[in-house]
Design a protein around this ligand. Structure first.
Ligand SMILES: O=C(CO)[C@@H](O)[C@H](O)COP(=O)(O)O
Length: 228
């Protein structure tokens, strides 16, 4: 870990929240100490589920003006939604590399649209496939479940990917997503993840503030330990 350049940040996913109350739920998570919001966009093709797209994200942005928005694009054609998400004032556009033939081209368009670039890979995708894109990425998302649904079991066998990334790209923001909560955060922190997406563990807790704080302090502790 490169403690000077990476920070522990917690980005709750609203996927398993009451989506009829998207604004209230999102604001509640920010009020509970979230560092950013992780918004799961699914197209029913790349994953067997559907959520929402840029019109909904724009409505949310009009109500929550000051939070950092990351959209996790679980879609076959991420190039299609860049303009809409930029117009919705999304901060970080994280897309899966698997279905994309011109990853560098999509990275360029995301940057030109004024957003940060996140590159995501599914559990079966080798981490080394990302090497040729690392110069263009602001964040790497290592999925710790098969994308598509919240509430799945954390895949601890993804931690070597995180560790490899941290060793080879010490200053990179490395995010984990899927089954992350108080019982699995230690493994993520020790491997070197600094950006933590947590859905069910936060949204369905009686004390989301406490869960967010536990996740952040565990990751921050690992960063400090690495520095000493
Ligand atoms: O991208 C996804 C699922 O595809 C995630 O963001 C999950 O929605 C996180 O939820 P939990 O696994 O933490 O419940």
């Amino acid at each position: 870990m490169s403690p000077k350049s990476v920070k522990a940040k917690i980005g709750p996913s609203v996927l398993n929240a009451d989506l009829s109350q998207l604004y209230t739920e999102s604001q509640r998570l920010m009020d509970c100490g979230a560092d950013y919001l992780h918004l799961d966009v699914m197209d029913g093709n790349f994953v067997p589920n559907l959520t929402f797209g840029h019109p909904v994200v724009k409505c949310l942005r009009n109500k929550i003006t000051d939070a950092f928005f990351e959209t996790h694009m679980m879609v076959d054609k991420p190039e299609m939604w860049i303009e809409g998400m930029a117009d919705a004032r999304v901060d970080q556009y994280t897309f899966h590399t698997e279905p994309v033939s011109d990853v560098l081209g999509v990275c360029r368009k995301v940057k030109e649209a004024g957003m940060k670039v996140g590159l995501a890979i599914k559990p079966k995708t080798p981490v080394e496939t990302l090497v040729k894109y690392m110069d263009q990425a602001d964040l790497i998302l290592i999925m710790t479940v098969e994308p598509g649904f919240g509430g799945q079991k954390f895949m601890a066998d993804m931690m070597p990917k995180v560790k490899w990334l941290r060793e080879n790209y010490p200053g990179m923001d490395i995010e984990v997503d899927g089954g992350v909560g108080p019982s699995t955060i230690q493994a993520c922190a020790e491997a070197g993840a600094n950006m933590i997406v947590a859905g069910t563990a936060v949204v369905q807790s009686d004390n989301p503030q406490n869960v967010i704080e536990t996740l952040r302090s565990t990751v921050a502790g690992a960063i400090v330990k690495c520095a000493s």
